[in-house]
Design a protein around this ligand. Sequence first.
Ligand code: UDP
Ligand code: MG
Length: 328
Amino acid sequence: MNKKISVVIPVYNEVQTIEKLLSELQKLPEHADFEWEYIFVDDGSNDESLKKIEVCAKTYSQVCFLAFTRNFGKEAAVAAGIEVSSGDAVVIIDADLQHPPAIISEFIKKWNDGALVVSGVRTVRQHDGVIRKAGSRIFYGVMSLLTHEKKMQVESTDFRLLDRIVVSEFLRLKEHRRLNRSLIDWLGFQSVDVRFDVADRSQGSARYSYSKLTKTAIGAIVSNSQIPLSLAGYLGCLITFFAGFLGLFIIVEQLILKDPWRLNASASAMMAVFILFLNGIVLMCLGLISLYIGSIHEESLGRPLYVVGKRSSFSSNVSQRTEKEETN
Ligand code: UDP
Ligand code: MG
């Protein structure tokens, strides 16, 4: 029996590219060699995307879909798609055709050669503005500095192929604040890279606004690193030591030795500067800590990662798969 490949496609207002993407996927030379499952996850689109997906699902038996009740974000959409997938490998691809479907052939070759994770790494980002490019560099720089685990590769993308072994492990990660690609990297499976040129968006603008991107980046940093917390501690120690030393110096120089160096420092002016400085530091530390408290709070709410409003039937689901594996 042929192996099965599931393609997970997060969709947010992509009505114009859905059919084109599907036809390109069906044109892959490997199309006949495998069983395919195309999982569209509609992330609360407010255009006709869901209707288009429903039509595709009626036309092609390989197409199935989930539709969120509202916009939960790409990370949740990808996680949901992976959760319902049943393939021996799962390919994650954007719906906007910026990830060229033809590259999947290379992914499959590497997978056949034994790779468990194949990652698309972009070579060109022509379509991105200066701010987006700079933001992405800063994010990867900070992530690399702050995380102990496997370094995140600059220009890494969500365009990936995961073997079922990786998928099973990935599904054990239940955190809400997530960046799927950093979670996949965190799992530690050896990844084989495939370079590709990012195509320009064929229609519309990026569905990720700067504020959404910043939120995702901060979430990824907070949930992946405890270093900022300890930095605040180190900074606190340093400042206390420095302030204590300075305070002692003032007391000895001004009050005990009666100002031999003629500094003429007014004690209240010095104190005012100290208090202002320390207040700034305290506020900065509080800000840092509150990021983490926010994260703990969000996790402790225990809300589901997404709410599915509608779903198609799936040719086989995870539990059937497990039964199959047990009987083998
Ligand atoms: N997307 C999504 N939910 C969102 C934003 C985006 O499912 O809230 C989908 C979008 O339809 C596309 C993919 O995620 O298929 C990548 O989005 P986008 O093109 O905005 O990201 P970029 O290319 O800038 O990384
Ligand atoms: Mg895009």
